[in-house]
Ligand binder design. Sequence first.
Ligand code: ATP
Length: 350
Amino acid sequence: MNAPLLSINNVSKKFGAVVALENVSLHVGAGEFFALLGPSGCGKTTLMRCIAGFEAPDAGAIALNGVDLSGVPPFRRPVNMMFQSYALFPHLDVFENIAFGLRRQGEAKDAIDTRVEELLAMTQLSNLGRRRIDELSGGQKQRVALARALAPRPKMLLLDEPLGALDRKLREETQFQLKEIQRLTQTSFVIVTHDQDEALALADRIAVMRAGRVEQVAGPMEIYDRPATRFVAGFVGETNFIEGRLVRNSGAALIAEFGRIPCEPGDLPEGAQATLSVRPERIGVEREGEGIAGFVENFVFRGETTLLRVRVAENVVLRAAAGHGERYAIGDSVRLSFPPGAGTLLAEER
Ligand code: ATP
């Protein structure tokens, strides 16, 4: 992380009896693309509203560039927010929507014109400056909202489910644009999303939240490959949870009811009951060989892979991804192999 721009220290917030945030601490670097990820109700919007100044924490502190923000009203914070609804002004055209914040700040006309043209170009709206808002597509509206939020050069932009209103195809395209615009402007972006794919695709680092707390903060690959808790492993991507007993001698492994799976034991003691999280695509699928025997109970074609549900014991079904071109039928016998480091041993649940 670069020098921390935003520091959130031990922030808590309740609404009556509902604990929305509990002792949250986070740091976001200058120029960083940061995601707050979690299921509905986990407190991510509340945290964003505390950063923007629309909500005040009950306890803890939020500082930007080392300056404490408590008591600073939203419009005096060097932070801007892009709302999921976009909140564009329907009576103004695209150009005037983007110019709005600059005019309110009393900037000179020439400076405003230059800045708006720059943003129109960056968001690929150059020939739409004089369009009315209701004559735009969903994707175009989203870009106007982004340009408007960036116009006053905030140090940090808060984006609440920025792609939530777009259809799937457009979302993917817009992810690339959003990433590119963040890179060009070098503004810190903090997005709120419940969509794990979006967080993995966009962010430099992700905070996974659950019930008002932060479960893990890390880069996308680490979150995916080394989830810290069972919740993170299950929420981000698909996984198998395999229960067993840890043995450490002669190559550490988890002894599950259906076989022995090599793993990195961390600091768990010999004989500990543990859970291993293994992603379906990390499991090797063969028709025969040394691996753990099972049979295909069901499968779904996913394009690049086929996701198999493989029964390996009376009470255990594992999900494993077979490569492109491999055709399996229900009832086929398969062998599953677990390369060293395929899984992550999970910490006990709190
Ligand atoms: P979503 O993705 O559904 O927006 P979220 O993770 O953003 O969820 P928050 O909106 O931050 O979650 O809400 C956290 C908790 O606080 C929820 O239980 C919610 O019902 C509660 N809450 C949020 N705002 C208020 C409010 N103004 N008054 C009362 N309860 C609130």
